[in-house]
Write a protein that binds this ligand. Structure first.
Ligand SMILES: [Zn+2]
Length: 148
């Protein structure tokens, strides 16, 4: 089995969040980890079932298997704490970039972040990778405590 591609997962998740998809991990937790029906979850987060399955597929591929994806999602939620979207969706479904105050088409939000806010994206990735180190350190400490 190929290893979990954590860097690729972090890249994927941070771009999604900055582009306004900050519901991504919660939706995946409900769908993949808790086993909620795709229709219910998709409706709750105002996305299509097709999109939801697509997101799940990407995470499963990058995790190496579905079982691993289920373990990885809560870790990614931990890593993504404090990462805020740059592009936000209002009640009318209009996406606006908070940084440059521009209306962005729904399908272009990630492209907008990548093109105009590369620094913010790099920063979000860096933060998540730092939290990963914290997470690992905590887990090692927990293991030592259990063992002694
Ligand atoms: Zn912008």
């Amino acid at each position: 089995m190929k290893p979990v591609d954590i860097k690729s997962l972090v890249n994927y998740v941070s771009l999604k969040i900055l582009g306004g998809g900050d519901y991504l991990l919660n939706a995946l937790e409900e769908y993949l980890v808790k086993g909620e029906g795709p229709a219910i979850v998709a409706h709750k987060y105002n996305i299509s079932k097709h999109q939801l399955r697509g997101y799940a597929q990407r995470i499963i591929e990058k995790s190496g298997s579905e079982i691993r994806a289920k373990k990885v999602i809560p870790i990614l939620q931990y890593l993504a704490e404090g990462i805020e979207p740059i592009v936000e969706r209002n009640d009318n479904g209009v996406y606006t970039c908070k940084l440059c105050n521009t209306v962005v088409a729904r399908e272009d939000t990630e492209e907008h972040v990548r093109k105009y806010h590369k620094d913010q994206l790099s920063l979000a990735i860096k933060k998540m990778m730092e939290r990963l180190e914290e997470y690992k350190a905590k887990r090692e400490k927990a293991l030592v405590v259990t063992a002694s």
